[in-house]
Design a binder for this molecule. Structure first.
Ligand code: ACO
Length: 375
């Protein structure tokens, strides 16, 4: 029996997977053999979802078929719409999403047979998540849900649902790229949670409910919201240096920097930096980009830290008109492709995930009857 505890399971190889490869020293991220830079340049979210689910890029016909299958699955059942309408306005979007995925499992029992490696549930959840997030977000503001727009592709449709307006080509493409970049990231905490749930032979929807609950935690999802908070507080480029230095002197962490796996720049940050600039230029608003460039310069000089995916993503979403508290649900809308791919992979080669703990509590205590225990 191993004696040493690897806190946080850091560097523990927990399972074999063919889905995603990360080289943290070279700054490479690879889905099913394809470099993320090629996928972000040339692919679409639907194509990447197909790649993660089937292990190969689709032909033109296969991609068209996938899109046709996804479109009707954007509609959610009346019972779920009624549930979302009844949630208190104070419900956070991630709490609502977790509840909705769990409720959908009850409403669609055909998709939730335990331990089945069906692609149907993966498609259903990927198509339905934007509708769920949009509907709850509007209901909590006293707004009616938006009519769905079947003619729009996934990213364009998600942007329309989150903002209530149709994006232009540049905006739609920027969200498409962000969805591609977030679609999978090997054994991150939420994906691991999904695989642990699936490894008990539980169903796909239960696994994704676990994943949504895990992504909700601020150490996993949510750093980009805090980057935007920081930028708003800093306000002007000349204040970046003193504010960051002060934070570092207080040993505070600067959100959007550092990574457990990447020891160089996160390749997703490199790509999103370009999109932040492009969108800023198109909007005539380089405020966020200029602030971020300066923050990067100061943090690298002072701490030698590199940006992670969360540094620039918030500025991209803000320029698209997406509110801060929908950033993590948006992450879920993309990562659901990876979560479901991992659950399907888990079912193919299933072994109950059950590590061991090093016991550090007392042992061999004599039992004292309750009447004899001191108050
Ligand atoms: N700001 C300041 N210092 C930092 C930061 C940061 N963002 N990240 C790491 N460090 C410092 C730590 O203080 C520590 O310094 P020390 O050795 O002097 O104490 C050293 O770098 C190592 O840090 P660890 O916490 O051991 O590194 P770990 O691999 O556990 O942390 C993590 C990775 C959690 C992402 C960390 O870098 C962090 O907190 N970053 C800010 C939050 C963030 O941006 N999260 C999003 C990550 S991407 C994603 O999940 C989608």
């Amino acid at each position: 029996m191993p004696e040493e505890v690897q806190k946080g399971l850091e560097d523990v190889v927990a399972l074999a997977s063919r889905i995603t490869f990360i080289d943290g020293n070279e700054g490479r991220l690879v889905y099913e053999g394809y470099d993320i830079r090629d996928l972000a340049e040339r692919s679409t979210f639907e194509e990447v979802a197909y790649l993660l689910w089937y292990g190969r890029l689709p032909s033109a016909t296969q991609l068209r078929d996938l899109k046709e299958r996804l479109r009707p699955l954007r509609e959610i059942p009346e019972e779920l719409r009624a549930l979302l309408a009844r949630l208190p306005a104070s419900a956070g979007p991630m709490d609502a999403l977790r509840t909705a995925v769990s409720a959908l499992a009850i409403l669609e029992p055909g998709e939730t047979k335990t331990g089945e490696s069906s692609i149907g549930g993966a498609l259903r959840l990927t198509a339905a998540l934007p509708t769920i997030v949009s509907e709850q977000n509007r209901r909590r503001q006293g707004l009616e849900p938006l009519p769905l727009r079947p003619e729009l592709d996934h990213a364009a449709h998600a942007l329309y649902l989150l903002t209530g307006r149709e994006g232009n080509a540049l905006e739609n493409r920027s969200l498409d790229v962000a969805l591609i970049l977030h679609a999978d990231h090997e054994l991150n905490a939420s994906t691991f949670a999904a695989r642990v749930t699936a490894s008990t032979l539980s169903d796909l929807y239960s696994a994704i409910t676990s994943a949504v609950g895990t992504l909700k935690g601020p150490l996993h999802g949510g750093a980009n919201e805090r980057v935007m908070e920081l930028l708003r507080a800093i306000d002007t480029v000349d204040r970046v240096e003193p504010v960051i230095k002060e934070k570092l002197a207080r040993h505070e962490r600067i959100m959007g920097f550092g990574h457990r796996v990447y020891k160089v720049e996160d390749p997703r940050a490199t790509i999103l930096r370009v999109w932040s600039q492009r969108l800023g230029e198109a909007a005539g608003n380089l405020r966020w980009y200029d602030l971020l460039r300066k923050v990067e310069e100061v943090v690298h000089r002072e701490k030698g830290l590199y940006p992670n995916v969360d540094l620039y993503s918030g500025s991209v979403y803000t320029l698209l008109g997406i509110p801060d508290d929908l950033f993590t649900p948006l992450f879920a809308m993309s990562r659901v492709a990876g979560w479901t791919a991992h659950v399907l992979e888990e079912y193919e080669d299933l072994r109950l995930i059950r590590p061991v703990a090093q016991y550090v509590g007392p042992n061999h205590l004599a039992y004292v009857p309750i009447a004899e225990r001191p108050d």
